[in-house]
Design a protein around this ligand. Sequence first.
Ligand code: URP
Ligand code: ZN
Ligand code: ZN
Ligand code: ZN
Length: 497
Amino acid sequence: AQNRLLIKHGKVVNEDEITEDDIYIEDGVIKQLGRNLIIPGGTRVIDARGKYVLPGGIDPHTHFEFEFMGAKSVDDFYQGTKAAVAGGTTMIIDFVMPKKGESLIDAFYEWRQKGDDKVCCDYALHVGLTHWNEQVKKEMEALCKEHGVNSFKVFMAYNFMLNDAELYSAFDTCQKLGAIAQVHAENGSIIAKNVEKLLAKGVTGPEGHELSRPEEVEAEAVNRACIIAKQVDCPLYIVHVMSKSAGLALKQACERGTRVYGETLVAALATDGSHYKHECFHHSAGHVLSPPLRPDPTTPQFLMNLLAQDALQVTGSDNCTFNKAQKELGKEDFSKIPNGVNGVEDRMSVIWEKGVQTGIIDPCRFVAITSSNAAKIFNIFPQKGCIAVGSDADIVIWDPSRTRTISAATHHQAVDFNIFEGMECHGVPEYVIVNGRVCVDEGQLRAVEGHGRYVDTPVFAPYVYDPERVADLKPVKNGTHDDSLPEHFQNKVQIEE
Ligand code: URP
Ligand code: ZN
Ligand code: ZN
Ligand code: ZN
C-alpha cells in the first residue's frame, strides 16, 4: 500500500549516531524503529543494505519565483521543489520579500499563493524586512503569532538595506518576539562607492562584481551585525557566509559570547571566484551572487573546516536562478547582473563529495549541516531533521558507492546554467521519501505537485540570560566525532520548561 513502508537493513544516520534499525512508516510518519519489527501484511519493503538512510535534506535558503534586479527567478515552487526532491532535499525554506513599503502580511500571502499548490515537499517561510517602521513591527508580531513565522531577514546591502539604528530596532523586536534575525552581511555603502569607481575606470564586466565587494567588506558587516545583536541579546543567523574573513569574524563573535549561527552555501564550498575571469560572459555572469565567490582558492576547504568545527552550523543553496538571457541585463554594467545561482538540487551530493568523500566530515556531521541544525535553529526539530519515532517520514536512501556527473543538460531545474557543470559526485539518492511517499524510486523521480505542506515554525520563548540555567541546558549532540561542544552552542539551545 502507498501509505505503509518498511526500510530494512540500512545504516540509519542521525546527527548523533549511526544505528542499524529498520524503519516502519505509516501515513507519512515514522511509527517504529528497531529490529524484527512486527508490521502489517501488504507493506512495501525497501532493502537498504549497504546504503545510508538519512533524514531528508532541509535547504533553509531558496528564492523561488522571486522578482529581483529586473528579472524573475526561473525556478518556481514546482520546478524548484521537484529539483530539491530529485537531489535528496525534502524541505525548503523560502524568503517572503515584500516590496519596499509593502505590507509584510500581504507579501506573506503572495508567497503562500506561489507555494501552497505547487510544492512537491514541505516548506516554510522567512520574511525579509526591506524597510523599517512601526507598521513593520506590528506585522512582525502578527506573523509570529498567527502565521507560523519565526525568522526575519535584514539586509546590510542592496537598495533596501537598513541602517544601524534600524538594525538595532529590528533585532530588538525579534528578541522580544522570540524570533531569530537573519542577516545579509555586506557593507552596502562601501559597495556602492566601489561600484561607482570601477565603472568610471571602465571595469564593466563580471570581474567587477567581486572587486566591488571584497571579503573585508563582508567581514565588517558580520562583525557589526554581531555587535548590534549582542546589545539587545537577539539570536542571530548570518546567511551565506562566503569568505574566510567573514567566517573568522563570526567565529570571533561567538567566542565573545554572541548568540550567532552561520550558514554557508554549497556554491562557496565547491566553486570559487576564478570564474569571474572566464572570457565567456554567460559563464562568468552565471556565477554572480552576493556576497560573491572568492578569488582565494583555499576558501571552499576553509569553510568546510569551519563546518566541521561547528564554527558554522548550516548549509543552504540560496537557489535564485536566472537564465543566461536574464543575466544579460548586466552585459554593459556588472552591477546590473541579476544576483543568484543554482544549488537546491545538487547541494546534498556536492557537500557529500566535498565533505564526506574528502574525510573532512563524517556522515553524522553531514546530517547535522544539511538537515538537523536547520531544523533546530528554525524550531521544527524533531518533526524534521531526524529519524525517530513520531518524526515526519522525510527520508533519503543514499548510495555512497554510486556517482553522477552534474550538468544543466540533465538537471531538473528550470534554469539553463549550472555552476557545478561537469562535477562528478559520489553519493546518489536512490530513494527519496517525502511525507511517507516514495518520490524518488530506484532513482526515478516521481515528485507530485502540491504534495508538500506549509510548515509552521513556532517562536522560541524570548531568551533571558541566567547563568544558573546554563548548566541545565541539554547540549545538542553533534556527530559521533565531537561530544564536547563549544559552550556557545550549548548556551544557545532554548529549552522551554
Ligand atoms: O545573490 C544572491 N544572494 N541572491 C539572492 C538574494 C540574497 O541576497 O540572498
Ligand atoms: Zn542575501
Ligand atoms: Zn562559457
Ligand atoms: Zn538569498
